[in-house]
Ligand binder design. Structure first.
Ligand code: 13P
Length: 249
């Protein structure tokens, strides 16, 4: 049995006050579904107040990125240890916006993933093709190379602790969602790639879908056998909408 995870990536949205009111909205509503692990990833500056509000609740705390380094002269970087001290247990790595605007590569994401695992954080490793790549028929080549590059060198025990998020870049923030069948086809392909690394990890690793997921389309996507949850951007910024996705599981 694979875990189902519904995760909110709040990106660069939310002052401390706005983050607190969104969390209060989630805690006041029906955001608890025994069939799903719920996680939210507010901006760094709101992590500590968020962790205070989430303490003892069913919602786990995630960060949106972290450094591949342990400690030292890396101005503005945030380490795994720092995240642990503010109550973070998940970290999103290699998001397409990090790849696009900060030139993050698979090998950097691989190093960050290793650092996260060493620290005891659960990495949520993002992969996904651009529209241009999809239209050129390169989806499997791109996504396959991302799986190989980001997960390189991990033992079966390490692989068992990783979560993958398939986020087609053309579906992020565009309102264009992959159809459940399109997403499922890529998830099946990713699971086959994982099987080449370790057959057990391929069976147990949650593969989340991300890209314009909302309450109205969540059940179709989450109903697919290889879609094990969602990494939600825009729709996770509204408590009611995010709760709708949680309850679509
Ligand atoms: P949207 O849900 O806004 O398309 O964003 C998806 C995403 O990038 C989550 O990481």
């Amino acid at each position: 049995m694979r875990r189902t995870i519904i995760a909110g990536n709040w990106k660069m949205n939310g002052t401390i006050g706005e983050t607190e009111s969104l969390i209060r909205g989630l805690l006041a509503g029906k955001s608890d579904n025994p069939k799903a692990t719920v996680m939210v990833a507010p901006p760094y500056t709101a992590l500590f107040p968020a962790s205070k509000l989430l303490e003892g609740s069913h919602i786990a705390l995630g960060a949106q990125d972290m450094s591949e380094h342990e400690v030292g002269a890396y101005t503005a970087e945030i380490s795994a240890q720092m995240l642990l001290t503010v109550g973070v247990s998940y970290v999103i790595l290699g998001h397409s916006e990090r790849r696009q605007y900060h030139a993050e590569t698979d090998s950097l994401v691989n190093a960050k993933t290793k650092r996260a695992l060493d620290a005891g954080l659960t990495p949520v490793v993002c992969i996904g093709e651009t529209l241009e790549q999809r239209e050129a028929g390169k989806t499997e080549a791109v996504v396959g190379a991302q799986v190989d590059g980001t997960l390189k060198g991990f033992t079966p025990d390490q692989l068992a602790k990783i979560v993958i998020a398939y986020e087609p870049v053309w579906a992020i923030g565009t309102g264009k969602t992959a159809t459940p069948e399109m997403a499922e086809a890529v998830h099946v392909f990713v699971r086959r790639k994982l099987a080449a690394l370790d057959s057990k990890a391929a069976e147990t690793m949650p593969i989340l879908y991300g890209g314009s997921m909302k309450a109205a389309n969540a059940s179709g996507l989450l109903g697919q056998p290889n879609i094990d949850g969602g990494l939600v951007g825009g729709a996770s910024l509204k408590a009611d909408e995010f709760i709708g996705i949680i309850n679509a599981v």
